[in-house]
Design a protein around this ligand. Structure first.
Ligand SMILES: C[S@@+](CC[C@H](N)C(=O)[O-])C[C@H]1O[C@@H](n2cnc3c(N)ncnc32)[C@H](O)[C@@H]1O
Length: 259
């Protein structure tokens, strides 16, 4: 399976471009979910990018490692002074077999899998990497996010020392958003993201053999609504019953955090 690294030219600009992003939300929710697991546990941040979240999780003394398709993203993270254990790998073909107690895969990384079969393969591969009773926490953006905030729009942003110009087109047939990003007056770098119906993702989770603990509007951790722009999924490999009561506690805690 070959896949191209669409972040290769963009990686060195990624952290300043994302400096406005609320990583603490994922960190707090990821941490609350991690409380369900006995310590110490092994943790994989799949599609860890430049390692921002991975570093935060490591600060809690988790046994965390990362993988990302883009060696450039890993390198950019290290060049910005972030030391973290990670390797280049494709989340659709992970080199781990049943050894991870906890996997996070966040900031719409699943939307970067551009065909339904890729998304299915990705969820299966994440599942295979999980140990029995291991937990997977991932998110996706919805079509509503693309239509409201990206499709047909162009805009510029000042990102510290440089300016980025953005243009996004959304193809409703292929459910694919094409975003072209130009740094200052340089060439345009193109990123593609595929929209999935939450139910398609839910089906893939079930087919992979996971049990869903929850599927939420990421902004409220309540049931998804028509205006949901991002969704969080939490699933367990094995019997969900031992987790169910304690997971309700996590859910309520997260709802309170998000209020
Ligand atoms: C929006 S970035 C999110 C990165 C990181 N999780 C963060 O929070 O900053 C999406 C990431 O997914 C990675 N990615 C895309 N396809 C992948 C694949 N098939 N396997 C592993 N990583 C992939 C990209 O290289 C990129 O780093």
């Amino acid at each position: 399976m070959s896949a191209s690294d669409s972040f290769v030219d963009l990686a060195r600009y990624y952290d300043p471009i994302m400096s406005h992003v609320d990583y603490d939300r994922w960190y707090l929710i990821g941490g609350a979910i991690g409380e369900l697991l006995p310590r110490p546990f092994t943790h994989l941040d799949a599609a860890c990018g430049t390692g921002v979240l991975l570093k935060k999780f490591q600060s809690d003394r988790w046994r965390s490692i990362g993988i990302d398709l883009s060696a450039s993203m890993l390198r950019a993270g290290r060049q910005s002074g972030r030391a973290f254990p990670a390797a280049a790998a494709d989340l659709r073909a992970l080199p781990f077999n049943g050894c991870m107690n906890y996997i996070t895969c966040l900031f719409d990384s699943v939307n970067f899998l551009l065909r339904n079969a890729d998304m299915e393969r990705g969820i299966k591969s994440l599942t295979a990497a999980l140990a029995p009773n291991g937990i997977l926490y991932f998110d996706i953006v919805t079509e509503r996010m693309v239509l409201e905030h990206f499709a047909g729009q162009s805009w510029t942003e000042r990102n510290g020392k440089f300016v980025t110009s953005w243009e996004c087109e959304y193809d409703r047939k292929t459910l694919t958003a094409e975003t072209r990003i130009r740094v200052n007056n340089g060439p345009a770098y193109t990123l593609y993201e595929r929209v999935y119906e939450p139910e398609e993702v839910e089906d893939a989770v079930m087919r992979a053999g996971l049990s869903l603990l929850g599927m939420f509007d990421a902004e409220t951790w309540r049931a998804p609504r028509r205006k949901t722009v991002r969704m969080d999924f939490v699933a367990v490999k094995g019997d969900p019953k031992p987790f169910s009561a304690r997971f309700k506690g996590v859910r309520d805690h997260v709802r309170a955090l998000l209020r």
